[in-house]
Design a protein around this ligand. Structure first.
Ligand SMILES: C[S@@+](CC[C@H](N)C(=O)[O-])C[C@H]1O[C@@H](n2cnc3c(N)ncnc32)[C@H](O)[C@@H]1O
Length: 197
């Protein structure tokens, strides 16, 4: 599958608000993990890579009003929904038009699974973050593959495999199974990788 075919898929998918929502309940644990891991960056920069409609970026910006939040996505139709006050960049996560070490934090939620060249996307995520900055990835667990319908190019991740990839660029990396609600036992579908460069 070429990048332009994947872009077209997501440009069309942007009309599907049910499966590609523009908002998320801030109480969902995925959101809490991202916000807590980023911490307070003051007037720094935070990049949401593969942002979709910016449902995470919206909350990250609310929690970090002085920060500059950048939403990067391959599909312009997704970016069209990103709220005002958040910068939008149409680009691939495997070649980010963002300066090296210019961000205090970067995260990718359910987007790395579409990257095709995953090592390149992880390297880019790490490249744009400053030393000491935070990186978070939330994505699906390879052990649960088959549980959902997926496009042909999509892939899910082994916990240790992605820890290892992040470890090429980061000083500290940890991962955990997560569920939507902090007090509900994870069912094995979602994993979070939290790193410090
Ligand atoms: C399942 S959606 C998740 C969106 C968002 N992170 C969220 O959690 O709502 C996947 C997003 O990744 C984007 N995407 C796919 N391949 C990409 C790539 N190579 N570079 C940047 N974005 C990409 C798609 O356009 C889509 O908006």
């Amino acid at each position: 599958m070429s990048a332009s075919e994947i872009r077209e898929f997501f440009n069309r998918a942007a009309a599907d608000e049910e499966h590609y929502p523009s908002t998320i309940d801030p109480r969902i644990y995925h959101v809490k993990l991202i916000v807590d891991h980023i911490g307070d960056v003051g007037g720094g920069r935070i990049a949401d890579i593969g942002s979709g409609k910016g449902r995470f970026a919206r909350i990250v910006k609310e929690r970090n009003p002085p920060a500059s939040v950048i939403a990067v996505d391959l599909a312009e139709a997704m970016l069209a929904h990103v709220p005002a006050g958040i910068h939008r960049i149409a680009a691939s996560m495997t070649a980010l038009p963002i300066a090296t070490a210019s961000c205090d934090a970067a995260y990718a939620t359910e987007s790395l699974e579409h990257a095709v060249d995953v090592p390149a996307a992880v390297a880019e995520l790490a490249r744009i973050v400053k030393r000491g900055g935070r990186i978070a990835i939330i994505d699906k667990n390879a052990a649960a593959w088959g549980r959902l319908e997926t496009p042909v190019w999509e892939r899910w991740f082994d916990r240790k495999e992605l820890e290892k990839l992040l470890g090429r660029h980061c000083r500290r990396v940890r991962s955990q199974l997560i569920s939507y609600w902090e007090d509900v036992e994870p069912d094995g579908l979602f994993l979070a990788w939290l790193a410090e460069k």
